[in-house]
Design a protein around this ligand. Structure first.
Ligand code: SAM
Length: 251
């Protein structure tokens, strides 16, 4: 896969590209990442890439020409990072990981001339907050996409990860057994993989119910899931609502 990131601040990517899993994915040729400085494309005689908005007001807006010229020969799927875009999530990461090439275009300052929008395939946001620029957003997207690519990390690490089938991951433990009074659940030492899988599934359901009720509502609970939840504290009312196919509202 090829990822091209368009930015006014290429140096911000130095650490991202030269550490950990991303560094290894690049050296294993799982992904090719190119950082393009939008400034190199300006035709402004003073080298400007941004100016105040025509209506007046605070801040600088990135101009059309340098961005459009920078991306015009890129045949990949083009994403403009923008707080206005659809919120990024794991499903989107999976969809992007199937593409051969993507382009991530980073706005900065007060944003980007509105007319750039028609040169991109999609606007994407990484959440309901405003960053100083699209660079961190582009790193977040690239990172989550790259780790899904074959060869970036071992595939077993991806199984049961958070957000697969709307479930959060089950808790993981390391040695020692007893850390300042907090013990690893005994079942994890049982060596019985069926029992451990059942326990982990139960924990996934419970944690999702507790931390992400919005996701929990989307899960198609099997009879076994209901039984696992019922084993502990699942209330009769909740169970009855689910059995009748009614919307379950966790408290
Ligand atoms: N004035 C804009 C507004 O109110 O929507 C915010 C501009 S922001 C300071 C500058 C750039 O950062 C944006 O053009 C975009 O590329 C990027 N950015 C900021 N927040 C973002 C978010 N939540 N998701 C993705 N990109 C973001």
């Amino acid at each position: 896969m090829k990822i091209t990131i368009y930015t006014l601040f290429p140096k911000m990517f130095d650490g991202f590209l030269t550490n950990s899993i991303i560094k290894r994915a690049i050296s294993k040729k799982v992904v090719q990442i190119k950082i393009v400085n939008i400034r190199d494309y300006t035709k402004d005689k003073y080298g400007r890439v941004d100016t105040p908005p025509v209506s007046g007001g605070a801040g600088l807006i990135m101009k059309c020409q340098p961005i459009v010229d920078a991306i015009k020969n890129n045949n990949g799927y083009k994403i403009l990072l923008s707080p206005r875009g659809k919120t990024f999530n794991e499903d989107k990461a999976k969809a992007l990981a199937k593409k051969k090439e993507i382009a991530l275009i980073c706005g900065h300052y007060e944003g980007v001339d509105e007319r750039v929008n028609k040169y991109v395939d999609e606007l994407v946001s990484i959440g309901d907050y405003v960053l100083t620029g699209g660079e961190i957003a582009s790193m977040a997207i690239a990172d989550s996409v790259i780790r899904l690519l074959k060869g970036a990390i071992t595939n077993t690490s991806l199984d049961n990860e958070s957000f697969n089938d709307n479930l959060l991951e089950y808790p993981q433990y390391t040695e020692p057994y007893n850390y300042k009074g907090a013990k690893v659940p005994d079942v994890l030492y049982s060596g019985n993989h069926k029992v451990i899988d059942r326990y982990n599934r139960k924990m996934q359901l419970k944690l999702t119910k507790k931390y992400r009720p919005d996701l929990f509502r989307k899960i198609k609970l099997s009879k076994e899931d209901l039984r696992l939840l019922n084993e502990d504290e699942y209330t009769k009312l909740e169970l009855a609502a689910i059995k009748k196919g009614k919307k379950y509202i966790p408290h």
